[in-house]
Design a protein around this ligand. Structure first.
Ligand SMILES: Cc1ncc(COP(=O)(O)O)c(C=O)c1O
Length: 328
């Protein structure tokens, strides 16, 4: 079952009719029966999102910035020439699923949460390479712990010659094909004993793009938080939040700019960030056989501070900037 701690009972399904989304409903059926000619099986018209529900100390349930997942899923749907989701349908799916599976939301204090997976697929008989006529929007969820084993333990990563997405391709949206393309380089890195891969920019292979399914950030020796810009990076909601926390809550300078792999020792700390990865400190990056270790190879003080604030906000222990938390 991988990252999931268990399966939950209820999921949400909604369908299009004549190209328009109709209201969905809950079901306990975890299997989807669709036509063998469905676009999702052949041409990869599939897109997903990932967000979490957290249980606070007082037992309340809250979502972290779900409005940004809503915006991002529609950016992806536009890229896939699939019908955009109305806001009320997206939130109906999420809220129905969280409420129906509320007993499976892990208790406060264990570092666990309920991972919510909305997705859209193109379905129906379609042998030509063109957008589907019919679509499914579904949401399911599962309680989860940490994505990279070890919590705040720093992990070693290695660069890869493979790309997860091309320079003007689909890297900026969460389409399924990006993840299919990532499985082989990931497996090579795992076999070689690394926690995962560092993707470089696909055009020049000289700049850091991403850390597996997470964004990269580094802290320079003069304490500036830097995160890369590129046309093939998924714009991470966690990264956006970390930039804000660094600038407005820790008073740090922040920069979004190129991070050259040959200059990676400009960072005294480095991290991977994402809904699943939360903040995972990088112990080292190996590039063409050269190992660059960050600091003493353990979680550094700035990353620890960022982590404590971010996780404090997730679980309601620290007051969130306005609009970040949606209570259920
Ligand atoms: C490729 C990729 N990069 C980055 C992220 C992190 O994004 P977010 O912080 O919005 O979860 C994810 C996970 O969603 C991802 O799949």
């Amino acid at each position: 079952m991988g990252y999931a701690l268990k399966e939950t009972e209820y999921r949400y399904r909604a369908y299009t009719k004549n190209g328009k989304w109709e209201k969905g409903s809950l079901t306990t059926d975890k299997y989807i029966s669709i036509h063998e000619g469905s676009n999702v099986f052949h041409y990869g018209q599939a897109l997903f999102e990932g967000l979490k529900a957290y249980r606070t100390k007082t037992g309340e349930i809250q979502l972290f910035r779900p409005d940004l997942n809503f915006i991002r899923i529609n950016e992806g749907l536009r890229r896939l020439v699939a019908p955009e989701l109305p806001e009320d349908l997206f939130f109906d799916g999420i809220l129905e699923v969280v409420k129906a599976n509320i007993d499976d939301i892990p208790e406060y204090g264990k570092g666990q949460s309920l991972y919510i997976r909305p997705f859209v697929i193109g379905q129906g008989m379609n042998l030509g390479v063109k957008p589907s006529d019919e679509y499914l929007f579904s949401v399911f969820c599962a309680p989860v712990g940490t994505y990279f084993a070890g919590g705040l333990e720093a992990l070693s990563f290695v660069t890869t010659d493979y790309d997860r997405a091309s320079a003007n391709g689909t890297g900026q949206v969460k389409v399924a094909g990006n993840y299919a393309a990532s499985l082989y380089p990931r497996s090579l890195a795992k076999k070689a004993g690394y926690a995962g891969v560092i993707y470089l920019d696909p055009l020049t292979h000289s700049k850091i793009d991403e850390v597996g399914a997470a964004n990269f950030f580094g802290i320079t020796h003069d304490n500036i938080l830097v995160t890369p810009v590129s046309s093939s990076i998924l714009p991470s909601i966690t990264k956006r939040s970390i930039l804000y926390i660094a600038e407005h809550m820790l008073g740090m300078e922040v920069e979004e700019r190129d991070c050259f792999i040959d200059n990676v020792d400009e960072f005294k700390e480095a991290g991977a960030c994402g809904t699943a990865a939360i903040i995972t400190p990088l112990k080292s990056i190996t590039h063409k056989g050269k190992v660059t270790q960050f600091g003493d190879g353990k979680v550094g003080p700035t990353i620890k501070k960022l982590y404590d604030i971010l996780v404090g906000i997730y679980y309601g222990d620290i007051e969130a900037p306005e609009g970040w938390i949606q209570k259920i």
